[in-house]
Write a protein of this length. Structure first.
Length: 365
């Protein structure tokens, strides 16, 4: 078991990473001095019952409540937040009690946001059960919900007390979910570490097949990259914007399809990485050799053709959703682009006309 410390301005906490560490939950909570009388377990309905039963049995407290959450982008809303808050209020939870998330990134976003606004914050433990949440969304304190104007536009920065990432939980995931999580691992390598990207390129099949040593190394290295960035810029004032590489496009793609099952978040990020890489080439900020290396890698994931999902009729929607992106500070749209593998430009302000032209000619042609 590896312990990765995260040290931010607002809170310091540890990420526990390993295989079959769930049986040690109570021991970890005690070690971290996380004391509580009541707990609310927000559980993603997609988590297998055997895992839920094992986790529940290891959490020791006087009162243990369950909220089963049907995790989908459409359910990241105020209705679900209110349901969680009402349970906490009806059962007289205090700020010394605990919310525990057992699920993927969507469950973490919702339960973390609820924890952050209940009595201005109560204890929060995250047990991510998907690859995407283990390598990305459980780290750094971003929480939030969607609305009709776009994705994650309402939320807070709220760091957990601890994160427990057990790679054993990944074994129940379908390959589609593994690829979705891999999207964030790939993103981290592209923005910060070329050596890690080359490792991923060499070991892609082993990672997707969850080979123990390979997947654990990929998870740890990915978390290390996010740790470095989050510690330097917790509230996304500058450097942390790099983590949005591919996401300005990706969030717009998700919203354009109304967050349907045709395209989940990780897949949208892969298409977003493809789009941002093409934009980097268009702006002449990345050389052709590295550009082709990235495209070759994406082709092995079979994510190279946006026209499977979109056509010219979607152009206005895609561009309009990008305009509402929370990273924009003017009427221009900001993109993260690659200077080279392992290094990014975080401020690329493009006019609507240029964005429209690029999406039309380069992505939907």
């Amino acid at each position: 078991m590896k312990i990765l410390p995260i040290n931010t301005r607002n809170k310091n906490y540890n990420i526990y990473i390993g295989k079959n560490i769930i049986p040690q939950i109570n021991k970890i909570l005690n070690k971290e001095n996380i004391n509580f009388k009541k707990s609310l377990l927000v559980i993603d309905k997609n988590v297998p019952k055997t895992f839920i039963k094992k986790i529940r049995s290891k959490i020791k407290c006087k009162q243990k409540l369950i909220y089963l959450f049907n995790a989908s982008e459409k359910n990241k809303n105020f209705l679900k937040i209110n349901q969680i808050l009402n349970i906490l209020l009806k059962n007289n939870f205090t700020r010394n009690d605990l919310v525990i998330c057992i699920g993927g990134g969507i469950a973490g976003d919702v339960s973390g946001f609820a924890a952050s606004i209940f009595k201005r914050g109560l204890k929060f433990v995250n047990i991510p059960t998907t690859l995407l949440s283990q390598v990305d969304s459980s780290i750094g304190g971003k929480t939030g919900i969607n609305n009709q104007f776009g994705k994650n536009l309402i939320g807070s920065f709220y760091q957990p007390d601890i994160v427990i990432s057990d790679s054993k939980l990944l074994e129940s995931l379908p390959r589609r979910e593994i690829i979705c999580g891999y999207a964030e691992i790939l993103k981290h390598s592209l923005i910060k570490n070329k050596k890690f990207f080359l490792y991923l390129d060499k070991n892609l099949n082993n990672i997707l097949n969850l080979e123990k040593k390979i997947i654990e190394k990929a998870i740890l290295e990915s978390c290390k990259i996010k740790k470095i960035i989050v510690e330097k810029d917790e509230n996304e004032n500058n450097l942390r914007k790099a983590l949005n590489f591919g996401h300005t496009f990706g969030h717009a793609f998700e919203a354009t399809l109304n967050f349907s099952n045709k395209l989940n978040h990780g897949e949208a990020v892969i298409y977003g990485i493809l789009s941002a890489t093409k934009l980097s080439k268009k702006l002449k900020s990345i050389n052709n050799k590295e550009y082709q290396l990235i495209l070759s890698h994406l082709s092995r994931l079979k994510f190279t053709n946006l026209r499977k999902l979109f056509n010219k009729k979607h152009l206005n929607k895609i561009v309009n959703f990008m305009l509402t992106d929370k990273k924009n500070t003017s009427k221009k749209i900001n993109f993260i682009t690659l200077k080279k593998i392992g290094s990014v430009n975080i401020n690329n302000q493009l006019t609507l006309a240029k964005v429209r032209s690029f999406v039309d000619s380069e992505l939907l042609k």
